[in-house]
Write a protein that binds this ligand. Structure first.
Ligand SMILES: Nc1ncnc2c1ncn2[C@@H]1O[C@H](COP(=O)(O)OP(=O)(O)OP(=O)(O)O)[C@@H](O)[C@H]1O
Ligand SMILES: Cc1cn([C@H]2C[C@H](O)[C@@H](COP(=O)(O)O)O2)c(=O)[nH]c1=O
Length: 202
């Protein structure tokens, strides 16, 4: 099996984490799998993650911080794993920057595109599973599950802008994106993911 780079995207509380473990187990039967996340995935990027989630900062600092973490993660974990023919499952990647910093915070998308090119040097996921659901449903799930971080404290309008940011990215790369209706039950979401994987012969 040749390398695959699969990313998981969606607003906070969409249900990504709920499905990543089972997909990791399924794909591990076909070859070595690296399951990782952004921001994070290396000691340096995990340190940056703590600041990103919990320290106040202006939107440009936030954007530069997440791309710095991504560069370290790509160089030390993602690229070596793909070069070794492994499957990489990543909980969030650059689409999150376009959705949160671009859509949510209103940062210039042209700046984001430049950073994307500099940092990734052409690397893009082979498949992005986009867990899509209304902001209100995700907020109800989060409220029942955990204490909110700096992003999760944002209002519904922020998350609807983030959702629209994901929709724009999906429309621009329809071959790469698979939209999952994440408002359905856990079993129905799992069935949609399975169908996408089977479509690709994975
Ligand atoms: N399809 C579903 N229906 C109802 N509840 C769900 C569903 N999927 C996940 N949940 C619940 O919603 C909460 C958030 O799910 P989860 O942590 O998987 O989301 P997430 O997308 O990983 O969030 P984040 O990106 O913010 O970490 C959890 O309590 C989880 O049990
Ligand atoms: C990669 C990335 C992430 N974010 C935001 C999105 C989430 O609110 C947090 C990460 O928390 P999770 O529980 O691991 O989902 O960070 C962002 O704003 N921009 C990004 O590029």
């Amino acid at each position: 099996m040749s390398s695959r780079f699969i990313t998981f995207e969606g607003i906070d509380g969409a249900g990504k984490s709920t499905h990543i473990a089972s997909l990791t187990a399924r794909l591990a039967a076909q070859g070595e799998v690296v399951s990782t996340r952004e921001p994070g995935g290396t000691p340096l990027a995990e340190t940056l993650r703590g600041l990103f989630l919990h320290s106040g900062m202006d939107p440009l600092t936030e954007l530069l911080l997440v791309f710095a973490a991504r560069r370290d993660h790509l160089q030390k974990v993602i690229e070596p794993a793909l070069a070794a023919g492994k499957t990489v499952l990543c909980d969030r990647f650059t689409d999150a920057s376009f959705a949160y910093q671009g859509g949510g915070r209103g940062m210039d998308l042209a700046v984001l595109s430049t950073l994307e090119q500099w940092v990734q040097q052409g690397r893009q996921p082979d498949l992005t599973l986009w867990f899509d659901l209304p902001a209100e449903v995700a907020a109800q799930r989060r409220a029942a599950a955990r204490e909110a971080d700096r992003f999760e404290q944002q209002d519904l309008e922020f998350f609807e802008r983030v959702r629209a940011g994901y929709a724009a990215r999906a429309a621009a790369a329809p071959q790469r994106f698979a939209r999952i209706d994440a408002s359905l039950s856990v079993a129905e979401v799992a069935a949609q993911i399975l169908a996408v994987m089977e479509q690709r012969g994975w």
